[in-house]
Ligand binder design. Structure first.
Ligand code: CMP
Ligand code: MG
Length: 394
């Protein structure tokens, strides 16, 4: 890491001229700096900057030439900010923030252009920035559409049945969100949930999901007296789980509907659990209250086993990618076997997802998997269809 350098510059000295290439910005530690434009030998002052202010940042951020000239008005001390220092920050910012920066800089440059005509020297390829801007705009648009759709109640919970492999009866279901925009064109949950989970929308959204799942679970239990052992799996995101009100909200809703905590399973991905944000004490609290905790997509993350096994988990769900590959790939099969062995040794139940073929079901059953989920049995279906499937056949 290079050390920050402070340069003394006497009064009335040019620091840089408009139209030059720039490789550093400055923070004024002492003195004043004049920012100005020149046209036909005439200077047009833009601003007088003082202590603590930064200048010369634009040429670095938007990779264009200096938008104005700078000269000292007093004896100055300037702290040099390197190109790398600035760019590191810009590049690690959110794509939307980067887009906003570019928009603002472009606006400022064109305002300056109104004063003088700048040399229009393009020195970088705008292709990449263009692509990124498009994606950032799409992201904002999608966020706005999701918020709208949420208000318009366009989201629906579907349920994918989970079977006990011994009896082949439906004993649970995983709640999976679906979006039906009025235009008819469906948007994959993988796409919109990624946007939701990375925004503050996840809090009201997650709350709605929990409420919907709980009231549907109540409906299932009321219409099927035999279904008291039936449980519902709800996917919980990291942000939701760490939200301060999460336990209290979930608990008060559960009590209001008189649901049993063991019939509620909270599913979190391995990545979320390993994030370090998922407080062990929140997991322990849910465990004490009787909720079931399940780890989703098991085997795909980066679990520290030691950490994982301190968590009060009831289930692991073997990721569909292993189930898909295990019949033709010995390594995938070896992973499936060891995940099952691991879970059994720790007295956790094993769910396998993504089962599509009879032979997959037979193999997983023989290996000791407890529960199964996949297109072989059913895709995710609306509550009404699930209720019909739950009617005992005898
Ligand atoms: P840069 O384009 O690298 O070099 C000139 C600097 O002047 C620029 O970064 C900004 O820090 C500053 N600057 C440009 N335009 C204005 C303006 N209209 N008002 C104040 N400061 C400006
Ligand atoms: Mg899941």
């Amino acid at each position: 890491m290079s050390k920050a350098s402070v340069v003394p510059i006497p009064a009335n000295q040019l620091i840089f001229s408009q139209g030059e290439l720039g490789d550093k910005a400055y923070i004024i530690e002492k003195g004043r700096v004049l920012i100005y434009l020149t046209k036909d030998n005439e200077d047009f002052p833009l601003s007088i900057l003082g202590e603590g202010e930064i200048f010369g940042e634009m040429a670095i951020i938007d990779n264009q030439v200096r938008s104005a000239s700078a000269k000292t008005l007093d004896d100055c001390s300037l702290l040099v900010v390197t190109k790398d220092q600035l760019l590191e920050r810009v590049q690690s910012a959110d794509t939307v923030v980067r887009l906003l920066l570019r928009v603002l800089l472009k606006r400022l440059r064109s305002q300056n252009d109104l004063i003088v005509v700048q040399p229009k020297k393009k020195i970088f390829n705008t292709q990449k920035a263009h692509q990124e801007d498009k994606q950032a705009v799409e992201k904002i648009k999608l966020e706005a559409r999701i918020a709208n759709a949420f208000d318009n109640k366009e989201f629906v919970m579907f349920y994918q049945p989970i079977l006990d492999l011994k009896t082949e009866k439906i004993v649970a279901a995983e709640a999976l969100i679906r979006w039906f925009p009025p235009t008819g064109e469906q948007i994959s949950p993988a796409v919109f949930m990624d946007v939701v989970e990375n925004s503050s929308m996840i809090i009201p959204f997650g709350k709605w999901i929990v409420e919907k799942c709980f009231s549907d679970l109540k409906k299932i239990q009321l219409s099927h007296a035999l279904c008291h052992d039936f449980s519902i799996s709800i996917n919980i995101s990291g942000k939701q789980f760490t939200h301060i009100d999460f336990i209290n909200d979930v608990e008060s809703l559960r009590k209001r509907l008189a649901l049993e905590a063991p019939s509620i399973k909270l599913e979190m991905t391995e990545r979320v659990m390993m994030d370090g944000n998922v407080a062990l004490d929140t997991l322990l609290r849910f465990d004490q209250l009787g909720y079931k905790l399940s780890i989703d997509d098991f085997g795909t993350g980066f679990s520290s086993l030691q950490y994982l096994f301190r968590m009060p988990l009831d289930n692991i769900k073997i990721d569909r990618s292993f189930v898909r590959d295990m019949m033709k790939d010995d390594k995938a099969l070896a992973i499936v076997k060891s995940l099952i062995y691991l879970a059994q040794s720790l007295r956790m139940k094993v769910i396998a997802e993504g089962i599509e073929k009879e032979e997959e079901k037979h193999l997983l059953k023989a290996l000791g998997v407890d529960f199964a989920q996949g297109f072989l049995f059913s895709k995710a279906i609306p509550l009404e269809e699930l209720l019909k499937k739950l009617i005992p056949s005898s």
